[in-house]
Design a protein around this ligand. Sequence first.
Ligand SMILES: Nc1ncnc2c1ncn2[C@@H]1O[C@H](COP(=O)(O)OP(=O)(O)OP(=O)(O)O)[C@@H](O)[C@H]1O
Length: 240
Amino acid sequence: MDSAVTVSDLVVDRGTRRVLKGLSFAVPTGQVTGLLGPSGSGKTTLMRALVGVQKVHSGEVTVLGEPAGSPGLRARVGYVTQSPSVYEDLSVRENVRYFAALYGMGAREAEAALNDVGLGDHAGQLVRDLSGGQRGRASLACALVGCPELLVLDEPTVGLDPVLRVELWERFHALADAGTTLIVSSHVMDEAGRCDRLLLLRDGDLLADESPDRLRATSGTDDLEEAFLTLIRNRQEVAA
Ligand SMILES: Nc1ncnc2c1ncn2[C@@H]1O[C@H](COP(=O)(O)OP(=O)(O)OP(=O)(O)O)[C@@H](O)[C@H]1O
C-alpha cells in the first residue's frame, strides 16, 4: 500500500529537551492512524513536524510525496490544533464559508462540513458564544471543507459527548473509505480501538506501530490500555 507520510530518524528538540528521539514510520494512505500516548509524550510535536510548522533537529518527513511544509502541500493537508483556530467575532457559518472560499469551495460544501460536525443547528451563532467542544467542531469543519488529502487532527474529540464522538469517528472512517488519510491523536485508549493503525508514543520514542488487533495479539490482552502497559513493562525489562 502507498504511504501518505514517511518519517525517517526524526529528531526534534523543544527548548533544551529532546522531545522526539529518532522516529521512523510510514502512514498508509486511506486509513485512520491513531497517535496515542500519555500527555507530554510528543504527539503534538510530531503532528507539527508532519504539517511543517516544527523546526526539526534532523531526519526526514515526506508528506504526499513532498518534504513536509512544502508550499504545494498547503491545500492538500488539513491541520486542526488542540486550541480551536476560528474567528470569534464571526458566526460558525461565516467561518466555514471563509475557509471554503480559500480552498475554492462554495456554500454547499460549507453547509455539508457544518452538518458533518453536528453544528447545523448552531450555524448562525457567533463562535465566541459556543461551548469549548462546539468551538473545536467549528475548527474541524473549517479543515474538512477543503477536502484535504491528509487530515491531521490533534485530539479532535476532547470535550465531546459519547454520541458525538461515535458520529465523528464514523465520519473519519467514511473519509478514509473515500481515500483521505487521517492521523488522529488521542490519549483516550478506548479511541485506539477505532483506528486502523496505531502509533504508540512514549517519551518521544515509538513503542508500537501496528493495527489494534495485532497489538492485542502480541500483548496477549484484549484491553488496549493493558496492551500499552505491557509494552512499557517489556521495554523496561529489556532496558534493565
Ligand atoms: N514550546 C516548548 N518549549 C519547550 N518544551 C516544549 C514546548 N512545547 C512542548 N514542549 C515539551 O515537549 C514535550 C512534548 O510535548 P507535546 O505537546 O508534543 O506532547 P503531547 O503528547 O502532545 O501532550 P498532550 O497530550 O498533553 O497534548 C513535553 O515535555 C513538553 O513539555
